[in-house]
Design a protein around this ligand. Structure first.
Ligand code: CO
Length: 504
């Protein structure tokens, strides 16, 4: 068993506002709640789920009280239909890689997708929702984390696979997402939800932005958004949708195939007109997470930063049997899966208009910035802008996962590591401007782009004690300011969000 195996152990305990022991000092200005999502239980009816992505959703909340430097912890299973079926009937509905019966698969895919929303949390149309990649969004109460049923859209867009990584554009007052529709024809849809569409208690509505028919849809997890464009990055990990209808083993993801000869396509849609402004193909790579995207007005290119992998083997590597060390393939030589993650923070420059550079005018340029990263984040104010810092989980060392702050202009990185500790997604929380005690002490260039004036919050599993921590790092120096001790392990999760307005 790898040292990190407690990260894949189920958690039974639930807490409500437990004050945590804190070493060090949490900044007094920090107020609000970090809410995180991930699997809390991996066994159903005596059977283990097949894939890390298929554990039963559990929400975790770390609430910081202004002035007190205190942190209170709550956690709760997301009590969904999938949870009830799993716990009461010992039945797991078909998910990412955990198949169930053929009938279950069909039912799940066509008209009753799982509501086990364990991937991310967000605020959409004024409601807090837990998200996954099926078109089900589960509302939850931000105070006690109880599930409040599905959030439904007022429109009738038919989609089957969606992103759990929506992008917010505060300037336009909208949230943008994409979804894949499978069927006689397959389509990628880009849509937007107007942030004020739920005034007067109305249900949110998706407004179509663009659609593109594709013969072999790819597995997509996140996308890029700039002020003007939505960029679907399409790795050659594709499915013949007929496979969904044929009996066979495995779940959703097992139907996809790696076709490197296709390359990875950048599909650039104009958010205003819906036009496919550019379509560029780069040598093949796979990815889950974009970091940021923006337009470079000087070169006429779109810059897309993401965490790239050579191929889609990472999907197979995150099956439970693999993460637990039972790998039968040759990659087992590399050691436990989480100790050999190879994500590359890379910058892609995608020409939008004919740049007049001859035959190479349409070439996508790739530059690697940092090796060994996952779960990337940026400061909220850096979205869609030329920016400086990416924060992420650092994965290059054996026996631990650290945290990294990478200057994406220079590739220079500052890291945080602790022996035997596995860190998860770091979330940057900006220090409110009103809290700046001495503006004059800030260098002029930092006053313009204070993307690191604040703290970074990350969950950490200490494999020595088999307990979890929440670490608080200084955004500028990346030094540890404080750590809060959770009295048990927290299974490895995926994504979270800091909500300054959740104060109870
Ligand atoms: Co993700």
């Amino acid at each position: 068993m790898p040292a990190y195996s407690p990260g894949f152990r189920s958690l039974d305990t639930e807490h409500d506002g437990l004050a945590l022991d804190v070493d060090g000092e949490i900044p007094a200005w920090l107020s609000g709640s970090l809410v995180r999502n991930g699997p809390g239980r991996f066994e159903v009816g005596g059977e283990r789920v097949e894939h890390w992505f298929d554990g039963l959703a559990m929400l975790h909340k770390f609430r910081f009280e202004e002035g007190g430097g205190k942190v209170c912890y709550s956690n709760r299973f997301l009590r969904t239909e999938a949870y009830r079926e799993a716990v009461e009937e010992g039945r797991l509905t078909s998910q990412f890689a955990t198949s169930g019966s053929y009938l279950d698969q069909l039912r799940s895919f066509l008209d009753d997708p799982t509501d086990n929303a364990n991937v991310n949390v967000d605020r959409v149309g004024g409601e807090y929702v837990a998200l996954t990649e099926t078109p089900r969004r589960v509302r939850f109460d931000p105070t006690d984390l109880s599930a409040r049923g599905d959030q439904t859209y007022a429109d009738d867009m038919t989609v089957h696979h969606v992103t759990a990584h929506l992008r917010h554009d505060d300037r336009r007052g909208e949230t943008v997402g994409y979804a894949t529709q499978f069927g006689r024809t397959n389509k990628y849809h880009v849509y937007r939800v107007l942030d004020d569409s739920t005034a007067n208690g109305a249900r949110p509505s998706r407004v179509p932005v663009a659609s593109l028919e594709v013969e072999r849809p790819a597995y997509l997890h996140s996308f890029g958004l700039t002020r003007r464009y939505a960029v679907i990055v399409e790795p050659p990990f594709v499915v013949n949708p007929m496979r969904f209808l044929l009996p066979g083993s495995g779940g959703f993801i097992d139907k996809f195939r790696w076709k490197p000869e296709r390359g990875t396509r950048f599909l650039v849609f104009d958010r205003e007109t819906g036009d496919l402004t550019a379509e560029r193909t780069a040598p093949p790579f796979f990815f889950f997470h974009t970091v940021n995207a923006f337009e470079d007005d000087e070169t006429g290119e779109i810059v897309v930063d993401l965490v790239a992998y050579e191929d889609a083997a990472i999907v197979r590597d995150l099956f439970m049997a693999s993460v637990e060390g039972d790998r039968e393939d040759s990659a087992a030589d590399a050691g436990p899966v989480l100790d050999a993650a190879t994500g590359e923070l890379a910058r892609f420059r995608v020409p939008v208009e004919d740049s007049g550079r001859g035959a190479d005018g349409g070439r996508v340029e790739r530059r690697n910035l940092y090796t060994g990263m996952e779960l990337p984040r940026i400061a909220p104010r850096a979205r869609m802008e030329p920016y400086r810092y990416a924060y992420g989980q650092a994965t290059a060392r054996k026996g631990q996962n650290g945290l990294a702050k990478v200057n994406v202009e220079t590739g220079e990185a500052t890291e945080w590591w602790a022996d035997g500790c596995y860190a998860g997604e770091p979330i940057f929380v900006p220090k409110p401007a009103s809290e700046e005690d001495d503006e004059d002490s800030v260098a002029p260039e930092d006053r313009e782009r204070p993307e690191d004036r604040g703290v970074v919050l990350a969950p950490v599993l200490d494999t020595e004690t088999e307990e979890s921590l929440l670490v608080v790092l200084d955004g500028e120096t990346f030094e540890e300011l404080a750590r809060a001790h959770v009295p048990h392990h927290i299974p490895f999760g995926f994504h979270g969000e800091f909500f300054a307005e959740i104060t109870t």
